[in-house]
Ligand binder design. Structure first.
Ligand SMILES: *Cc1c(COP(=O)(O)O)cnc(C)c1O
Length: 384
């Protein structure tokens, strides 16, 4: 295929380092599940899965069955896969046949699972998601007796792989009380399962923020998304982690870099508007560089007249609106810029760096959203 207008580079050593740090933190008795929903947070499932396996990961969590299928194809075949959300009937059959586990958050899904497991003559691996206060998916406490009985009565068709829940904002101290309430509620429900003779293989509740800042939420398995990609769930999470530590360095490293190149350089006279409309007026003669990346490539329109890129090791401003396929950088202060010169949108160039979070602070997008917007078609390459 032809070269895309920008390229995403993924650093194996950064990922390996992040996984090592996180595994040390959670301890060897806690299983590490790598969350790769949203096309591995924009990193690309096909590229990321082999990298993660190389870094020692052998458990992946996805949101939907189409993602599970892609992970299955990209994986060496040794890893386990867990579906946390969407699963249609056809995919349920495929999941059961291939030992892929999935969450149960509706009684109806449990019935369907049993029916299918019986028909296929294979045990289905299930995780029971319980409602503890997020009020999204999760089985309410009220009907749990019924669910427990069904699982007990159908032991030959089911593997009780997990009991789980999800916190409503563990990345913010403001939710401290709510998170702790969810944790106690979960523990109470777990006791009930045990009293009824149902012991899940894994109790799991923690996302990155919970795993980092609330040790009691780690239990038997943690579901780590954003942190493995080298980003903190929020600035607060980092501050909380670093508090009281002697060495104040950041143990996580960004895996992703995003690069393009200049396709046109020219001068614009004083008094002219640049790009669509009238949002940018040249108050002096300007030299501009055109970069073939726009909002269709994941560069948010909110970065119009605000974003920054690196050219020749200088941080330069984006001027005018972000177009569908192009942005314009002000290179007036840099001599000898040519067509084909490298542009760093995220990452390092000489002494300077543009991080995902510096980016998201300007545009008010959280790290998660910025990454998830990176389109699948952009070429991704793995570097050391
Ligand atoms: C996305 C997700 C995670 C991972 O969250 P991070 O903050 O990226 O670590 C964990 N559990 C569930 C249910 C999720 O949807």
């Amino acid at each position: 295929m032809f070269k895309t207008t920008s390229v995403i580079e993924l650093s194996q050593s950064a990922l390996t380092g992040n996984v090592q740090f996180l595994k040390e933190l959670i301890g060897e008795h806690v299983r590490f599940s790598s969350v790769v929903k949203g096309n591995a947070y924009g990193h690309g499932i096909e590229q990321f899965i082999p990298m993660a396996e190389k870094a020692g990961i052998n458990h992946f969590s996805v949101y939907s069955s189409d993602e599970a299928f892609r992970v299955f194809k990209a994986s060496s075949g040794e890893s386990e896969i867990m579906i946390m959300g969407w699963l249609d009937t056809e995919a349920m059959q495929w999941s059961i046949e291939n030992g892929i586990s999935f969450w149960i958050f509706e009684a109806e899904r449990l019935d369907k699972t049993l029916e299918m497991a019986k028909r296929l003559g294979r045990k289905a691996k299930i995780h029971v998601e319980v409602e503890t206060g997020m009020n999204r998916t999760g089985l309410p406490e009220k009907g749990l007796k019924h669910i427990m009985k069904k699982i007990l009565d159908n032991g030959e068709h089911l593997i009780f792989e997990g009991l789980c829940t999800h916190y409503a904002g563990a990345e913010s101290v403001a939710n401290y009380v709510r998170v702790n309430r969810q944790l106690s509620k979960f523990n109470k429900i777990h006791k009930k399962f045990i009293l009824n003779g149902l012991k899940p293989k894994y109790r799991h509740t923690a996302c990155s923020a919970a795993a980092l800042n609330y040790p009691k939420t780690r239990m038997d398995l943690v579901r780590i998304g954003i942190a493995q990609y080298g980003l903190w769930p929020s600035a607060e999470t980092f501050i909380q982690y670093i508090h009281g530590k002697a060495a104040r360095f950041d143990p996580l490293n960004r895996i992703i870099s995003w690069k393009s190149e200049i396709i046109s350089v020219k001068k614009v006279n004083e008094g002219e508007f640049i790009s669509y409309g009238t949002t940018y007026l040249a108050q002096e003669e300007k030299t501009i560089a055109v970069i073939p990346v726009g909002y269709s490539h994941g560069f948010s329109r909110m970065l119009s007249n605000q974003g920054r890129v690196l050219i020749h090791g200088h941080r330069v401003g984006i001027i005018g609106m972000v177009n569908m396929n192009m942005i314009i950088a002000d290179i007036t202060s840099i001599p000898d810029v040519n067509i084909g010169d490298e542009v760093v949108i995220v990452g390092r160039q000489e002494e300077r760096e543009i991080s995902i979070s510096s980016f998201s602070e300007i545009s008010n997008l959280v790290n998660y959203e910025l990454l998830a917007r990176l389109p699948e078609r952009t070429k991704r390459i793995v570097i050391d």
